[in-house]
Design a protein around this ligand. Structure first.
Ligand code: ISE
Length: 335
């Protein structure tokens, strides 16, 4: 069967997903696009012969939409995710699942009521080949247990609208989810340190920051979030085991030799760096929807990540104090 997909949110990310579904993936077609700006929905839908709506509800209830991709701002995710669940439709929601733990819990409640896992959160790094190789080394167990993980999340620049909170809920949230998935355990406490600030930042922004987390078993994780580093989009990760250290491979795409010397070309954005991961993520999701199955991260994962974000933001706003992560008991539904 061809899965008929509707997109809510016709911004850059949503349009990139449409192009990917249309050009690179099998088993799906785009039948509708919704955006509160109807012209944006129309221009995104037109190349695919899809319908355009100015509201998400009409799209979610459209009988020609089998499954929904949500690529709007995090703050408005929750009501649409719940509408998808109530309509019995699979939904891939870009991160964050929601911006408050309460909203995530409401999503989990609706999903449990529906009795079926319908929600996938767009944490694409779970589909990145290098992170998967790293996880395979850890899970094999030959090199002992995980002790520490060092992360670096560097962006070339951010717009003036980017806030200090976004360093956590928009940027570090990727490491928060990836570390939970990699280590297979929850993060229990967090603090946010402030190194010397860069002069390259907008005045309102605290940049860089270092998010320091500890897991249930005591693994210590550090994450340098540094979003005005100019040179490129660079994601680094080193997992320290008892008798080995495992690092993500080089992320350069090509090697250049010219008048400036020998060098590697850097990725410039997450779309560039994680292109293959996005493709694998979406193809797995389409295949799973077609088979009536769930894939990828669950609403519980979305909730747990948001709970860590909440604790980190509290630390950021309180001079880097250590904050415990408050999690409800994990429902058996999400075991
Ligand atoms: C953006 O939303 C992302 O998801 C990127 O992966 C991250 O590097 C960037 O900082 C965020 O703004």
């Amino acid at each position: 069967m061809t899965v008929r997909i509707g997109l809510v949110g016709a911004g850059g990310m949503g349009r990139a997903h449409l192009a990917r579904i249309h050009n690179d993936l099998a088993g799906a077609k785009i039948t509708a696009v919704a955006d509160i700006v109807l012209d944006a929905a129309r221009s995104a839908a037109e190349p695919y012969g899809a319908k355009a709506y100015d509201n998400s509800e009409a799209l979610i209830n459209d009988p020609e939409v089998d499954a929904v991709v949500i690529a709007t701002f995090g703050k408005v995710h929750a009501p649409d995710v719940i509408k998808c669940i109530e309509a019995g439709k699979y939904v891939l929601c870009e991160k964050p699942l929601a911006t408050t733990a309460e909203d995530c819990l409401a999503i989990m409640e609706a999903e449990q009521k529906a009795g079926k896992k319908l929600v996938t959160v767009g944490f694409m790094r779970r589909f990145d080949a290098a992170y998967n190789e790293m996880k395979a080394v850890l899970d094999k167990g030959d090199n002992g247990e995980a002790l520490l993980v060092h992360n670096r999340h560097r962006n070339p620049s951010v717009p003036e609208s980017y806030t200090s909170r976004m360093a956590i809920d928009d940027t570090a949230i990727h490491e928060i989810d990836t570390m939970r998935w990699l280590l297979g355990e929850e993060i229990t406490e967090v603090r946010v340190d402030r190194p010397k600030l860069t002069t390259r930042r907008f005045d309102h922004l605290i940049d860089p920051v270092v998010v320091v987390m500890r897991t249930e078993s005591g693994v210590l994780i550090d994450d340098e979030v540094n979003v005005n580093l100019e040179y490129g989009y660079s994601i680094e990760c080193e997992l320290v085991l008892e008798n080995a250290a495992v690092r993500l491979g080089d992320q350069e795409k090509i090697f250049i030799r010219d008048i400036h010397g020998d060098r590697n070309a850097m990725c410039q954005s997450h779309i560039d760096r994680f292109q293959a991961a996005f493709t694998t993520e979406f193809q797995s999701w389409i295949n799973a929807v077609d088979a009536g199955e769930h894939t990828g991260s669950t609403s519980w994962d979305g909730y747990a990540a948001t709970a860590v974000v909440d604790a980190a933001v509290e630390s950021l706003e309180n001079d880097g104090k250590v904050v415990k992560v408050a999690l409800v008991e994990r429902p058996a539904f999400y075991a």
